[in-house]
Design a protein around this ligand. Structure first.
Ligand SMILES: Nc1ncnc2c1ncn2[C@@H]1O[C@H](COP(=O)(O)OP(=O)(O)OP(=O)(O)O)[C@@H](O)[C@H]1O
Length: 653
């Protein structure tokens, strides 16, 4: 629990600005760890092996060229034999494009804008080098340095906030001065809010510097943010909605649109959910008259570049050379003109929006230069590292952070950097520095049956969560086919104990991740059973803490039930399903629990189900940790404990 954290006045010494330098060096340490992981993955690998590891794609050639949004040049690559591609490259990946065999000192970089099973479309910000249309190519997935550079520069800017109000802001961020609040004004919400939500929204609106909304699972922290957005816009404010992940920003955008706000999504359309792409700046700008003109100019320029390239490739004559040169110069002028017009169109579209939704990492992108905001809303703030979250404070004088320190922390690769502070989010640090007055915790949840909620509430939230009456008694039986005749054994929480079954965990040789095929058979059989009783496949999900077990289960289920999602915990934060099946995976005689020791991660897994939570695991191993021992004990007391010995044999189902 973070309740009862010491107040700002309880710390004896003021923090000085070298704090930001320290964060900067932790960031650099993390950067090195990321690079080292990439290098060690790639080390000593042949090109083919790099391809197998998803680090490269080989034997490609350019099959199509066109001009895309924002004058980006789009090249589509396919295998020379037009065969299937390895599936690992994803939309939004940054890649380097090189000739198949040669090494190039400064290879062209591009973003993957569309990846299908046979084609990869790349978006280039600049004209790609000539070798892209000459012979075989390879793609290398590269770590994206842009974000790192932006965050590093952001820290320096926070450090330099030295004058007047800015200085006060910096001192608040350092924990040396208390945050200020305006007089709290009551308001009529756009939808019914519970008293805690109303109070949280009111405090958030009164915050002059920052405010923290602590939202345990399903308690409506996004609902509160959406309300703050609606009220702030009604007061004439311009808002920034941001988060570390694209998915969280998309979610905020959806909520703002539901509120009827004029919201725009900034970011590469390749990284935005398909259903929301029509709200991206790139797409909306397309309709603007200035953009229509600029598009023609880009097309013309592109034709001229093509002409120049052909002239050069047709042999050396003075005339061709001079033609090529003048066409290139003309094309560049046209590009400049087109870019100017496009900038104008972009500014006009942004000026019309009351809310701009963008990831923290993209806040520093050129299109937002000069844009000002009155308030920033930062969702999933407990998953962002502190240096990243600070970028939000550079763009708006007031920031509302929403999150839950009891769920997934920021992902940090370097153990040392994490321990030294990078693993602590700004949300948590501000709470530690300023104490409980700067936050409100929401306590009523609208997701889980009361019995599913009880254990995580007691363990992680001091027993303070309440289930709203509309969800407290929801069970699986009310959504199953009543006509199926079968009585399903589905109490809200069911723990299936595999102790003594001899289902030892196994190490996957290539990834060193863990799997447990024996345990998996019970999970698969349970999925089949629930579906046969009429549960919709999209309402069932399987969660495994280990990627190898998740993969193993996905491969088994994919062919028959492709709609049943199977993934690791991280993919499920912020989401819910009627039935969640958790495969604990660990089973060893030493009682080693590895990943399972991270209770925040497990808290996420145990709080995704609305009606039914089915957990499979080996109590002999799990009970070595008091948290799991108490969980199992609880199921025994509540009638939710079953032994695999008395459970139908999966092979016979
Ligand atoms: N006051 C309320 N009355 C009725 N339903 C509510 C209320 N507040 C939130 N909900 C519902 O509860 C659900 C969860 O809300 P929301 O998505 O805002 O929660 P969250 O805290 O962001 O959840 P997560 O655990 O995913 O972070 C939604 O279906 C929402 O409509």
């Amino acid at each position: 629990m973070t309740e009862g954290a010491p107040g700002w006045h309880d710390r004896d010494m003021a923090r000085d600005v070298s704090f930001f330098d320290r964060l900067g060096s932790l960031l650099a340490q993390e950067r090195e760890a990321e690079k080292a992981r990439m290098t060690s993955l790639a080390q000593g690998l042949t090109l083919r092996e790099r391809e197998e590891q998803g680090l490269s794609v080989l034997d490609l050639e350019t099959v199509e060229e066109e001009v895309g949004l924002g004058g980006r040049i789009l090249l589509t690559l396919a295998r020379a034999d037009r065969g299937r591609l390895p599936t690992r490259v994803s939309n939004g990946d940054l890649v380097a494009v090189l000739p198949r065999r040669a090494e190039v000192k400064d290879p062209a970089k591009a973003l993957v804008s569309r990846a299908t099973s046979t084609r990869i479309q790349l978006a280039f910000d600049r004209e790609p080098p000539a070798y892209l249309s000459e012979g075989l190519l390879r793609l290398d997935v590269v770590p994206n340095d842009v974000t790192y550079e932006r965050v590093r520069a952001g820290l320096q800017r926070v450090k330099a906030m030295d004058k007047g109000q800015e200085r006060h802001k910096r001192e608040v961020l350092l924990g040396n001065e208390p945050p200020r609040f305006d007089n709290t004004k009551d308001f009529t919400p756009t939808r019914p809010l519970n008293p805690e939500q109303q109070d949280a929204a009111m405090r958030a609106l009164a915050a002059e510097d920052f405010f923290l909304v602590h939202g345990p699972p399903g308690t409506g922290k996004s609902t509160v943010l959406a309300e703050v957005a609606a009220q702030a816009v009604a007061r004439g404010e311009r808002l920034l909605c941001t988060a570390a992940s694209n998915a969280a920003v998309d979610h905020l955008l959806e909520l703002c649109l539901e509120q009827g706000l004029r919201a725009i999504r900034v970011g590469h359309p390749a990284r935005v959910a398909a259903r929301l792409q029509e709200h991206t700046l790139d797409i909306v700008v397309e309709e603007h008259p200035d953009r229509v003109v600029s598009r023609d100019l880009f097309d013309e320029a592109f034709d001229l570049f093509g002409y120049a390239r052909r002239q050069r490739s047709q042999g050396r004559s003075r005339e061709r050379f001079s033609n090529a040169r003048s066409s290139t110069a003309e094309a560049k002028d046209l590009m400049d003109e087109a870019r100017k017009l496009e900038k104008k169109a972009v500014k006009a579209v942004l000026a019309r929006a009351d809310v701009v939704c963008v990831t923290l990492a993209s806040l520093g992108s050129g299109v937002l230069a000069g844009e000002e905001f009155d308030r920033a809303l930062l969702d999933e703030a407990t998953q962002a590292t502190e240096p990243l979250a600070l970028l939000g404070f550079l763009r708006a004088p007031k920031v509302v952070l929403a999150g839950d320190p009891q769920q997934l922390p920021p992902t940090v690769l370097s153990q040392e950097a994490a321990k030294a502070g990078l693993g602590t989010s700004l949300f948590e640090r501000l709470l530690q520095d300023h104490g409980d007055e700067v936050k409100r915790m929401l306590r009523e949840q609208y997701r889980m049956n009361a019995a599913i909620m009880a254990f995580p509430s007691k363990e992680m939230y001091g027993g303070e969560l309440r289930a709203h009456p509309s969800v407290a008694d929801r069970t699986l039986s009310s959504v199953l086919d009543s006509g199926s005749g079968a009585e399903v054994d589905a109490p809200p929480v069911l723990y299936l104990d595999t102790a003594g079954k001899g289902f030892d965990e196994e190490v996957e040789p290539t990834t060193h991740s863990l799997l447990n095929p024996g345990e998996a058979t019970y999970v698969i059989a349970r999925v089949r059973q629930l579906l046969s009783l009429g549960l919709a496949p999209r309402e069932v999900a399987v969660i495994a803490p280990y990627s190898a077990q998740a993969r193993h289960l996905r491969e088994a289920l994919e062919a028959v039930h492709p709609e049943v999602e199977v993934d690791t915990v991280d993919a499920f934060q912020g989401r819910e399903k009627d039935a969640i099946l958790v495969s604990m995976t660990r089973s060893n005689s030493e009682g080693q629990l590895g990943f399972l020791n991270d209770l925040r991660r497990m808290n996420v897994a145990l709080t995704r189900a609305r009606r039914h939570l089915f957990v499979v695991g080996d109590s002999a191993t799990l009970s070595s940790h008091p948290f799991y021992a108490r969980f199992i004990e609880g199921t025994q007391t509540d009638g939710g404990y079953r032994s695999a010995w008395e459970w139908p044999d999966p092979a016979e189902q």
